[in-house]
Design a protein around this ligand. Structure first.
Ligand code: ZN
Length: 460
């Protein structure tokens, strides 16, 4: 641990210099032969002043909204829908105009590549997704995807060459379970191909529709160490940044999600003839369970959350004492040990509730997705980029899942959050102010340049 922290301190200094170095390195001449660079001696960009074209980014956001746009002002663009297919065609054109060589990998992810000055270096990845939940908003995924393309476009327009190749990735079907990024991470069981997506198509048919090839899914895998780093810009989807009046969130990790099916067994009996002191009411015990979960999760400091989101009483008649209840329990946090501790406490308290009420509790695990931590060096790159741009920031967890968590399995990953107005997301009312969209893209731009100057992988 001592050694690690020593390396850590070294990295901090190194990255401080790296950012300054990256800002200085922008004076490097344009990529030879790059389209648009031409023979004209374009003035070398003033690095510290290098910014994305914010008007263009916000215009793109409005254009992309047309595919699956709803009367309520949101976006309905589930993966593999007509709107998804049309939006992807538009995104591909926009990528090509940004000077990217575009391909669709076997998983159906769109990848736009820009060569670097040093061909032997692994690519630097950044991007997000453009599919939406049903009747969702117009920023979730869109901002990170278009922000990434805007970064590439800015580098092209300003004639800035990077050392690393850059790859802008638009992952397919993020909202349906991180499908494209899990395939890339080698975390996708083949039997899942037969699962039916929101659009009504199976993943197998959907991938084919997008131009992928299920017979070659392995070719879409990214090996550990095959990219220099991964960065993703995203709206916060919560209200922390807005409440604290901060510009940027430096994501420390994506919380783990643990879910259980909770079955409470009592005894179904006549609601009219069974005295109150002789009942084994499963729903009454379940009600105490719901209250207890909330109390236990709140009992210790931290940002952990716990939810009972489902409750079904059987037989479910007004005149029958419920004999069985099937409920759910979900716990989320960045710290797996804390979640296990909370779970043990909940199980112990559930047992006591059962003993007092003549019922029994059974908790069966459904999902166990461990937390994905971003790379501390990537956190510093993002924080330093925000500071250099005069933006305020804080370190924070992500309570929602993102493609970045899959890339974090394979290499150094970082995420940039910008404020969601009212903390609203997955809703037509999802909104991020144009200036915040631009701030996020600028942080992404400078984070990309800093990592390009000094990739974290070089230290490993
Ligand atoms: Zn998203």
């Amino acid at each position: 641990m001592v050694e690690l922290s020593a390396v850590d301190r070294m990295d901090r200094r190194r990255f401080g210099r790296a950012l300054a170095g990256a800002l200085g390195a922008l004076a490097v001449p344009a990529l030879r032969g790059a389209p648009g660079a031409g023979a004209q001696a374009a003035p070398a960009p003033q690095p510290a002043a290098l910014r994305v074209d914010g008007d263009r980014l916000n215009r793109w956001l409005a254009e992309l909204r047309q595919f699956g746009g709803t009367a309520a002002g949101g976006t309905h663009r589930p993966a593999y829908s007509d709107a998804d297919v049309q939006a992807r065609a538009w995104v591909r054109r926009t990528m090509e105009e940004a000077g990217l060589a575009v391909r669709v990998d076997a998983a159906g992810n769109i990848v736009g590549r820009r060569e670097g000055r040093e061909r032997a270096l692994p690519p630097l990845l950044f991007g997000s997704h453009i599919d939406s939940v049903p009747d969702g908003g117009s920023y979730d995924g869109n901002l990170g995807s278009l922000g990434a393309i805007e970064v590439a476009r800015t580098l092209k327009d300003r004639g800035v060459a990077t050392r690393h190749p850059l790859e802008v990735v638009v992952w397919q079907n993020e909202e349906g379970g991180l499908v494209g990024s899990r395939i890339a991470a080698g975390e996708f069981p083949m039997q899942e191909l037969d699962r039916v997506a929101v659009s009504g198509k199976t993943l197998r048919d959907g991938i084919a529709l997008l131009g992928g090839d299920v017979a070659r899914l392995d070719s879409a895998r990214r090996a550990r160490g095959s990219f220099a780093a991964y960065l993703e810009l995203h709206i916060e989807q919560g209200g922390t940044l807005e409440r604290e009046r901060l510009d940027v969130g430096v994501v420390e990790g994506i919380v783990g999600i643990w879910q259980w099916t909770v079955t409470v067994d009592g005894f179904a009996n006549h609601a009219g003839t069974t005295p109150m002191d002789q009942r084994r009411d499963a729903l009454l015990s379940a009600a105490r369970f719901v209250e207890m979960v909330n109390r236990v999760v709140r009992a210790e400091p931290g940002r952990q959350v716990g939810t009972v989101g489902q409750l079904r009483a059987e037989p479910g008649a007004p005149n029958v004492i419920p004999g069985r209840v099937v409920a759910s329990l979900e716990l989320r946090d960045l710290d797996a040990a804390k979640v296990h501790r909370l779970h043990e406490r909940i199980v112990a308290e559930a047992r006591a509730i059962g003993e007092a009420g003549g019922t029994t509790f059974t908790l069966a695990p459904i999902t166990d997705h461990g937390p994905a931590l971003t790379d501390p060096r990537m956190q510093r790159v993002v924080a330093d980029a925000a500071r250099a741009l005069g933006l305020t920031s804080r370190v924070m967890p992500s309570g929602a899942g993102h493609d970045a968590q899959e890339m974090a399995r394979l290499g150094p990953a970082g995420m940039i959050f910008v404020p969601s107005v009212g903390g609203i997301s997955h809703s037509p009312r999802e909104y991020t102010k144009p200036a915040d969209c631009v701030n996020g893209a600028n942080v992404l731009l400078h984070a990309v340049l800093a990592v390009d100057a000094a990739p974290p992988a070089a230290n490993q």
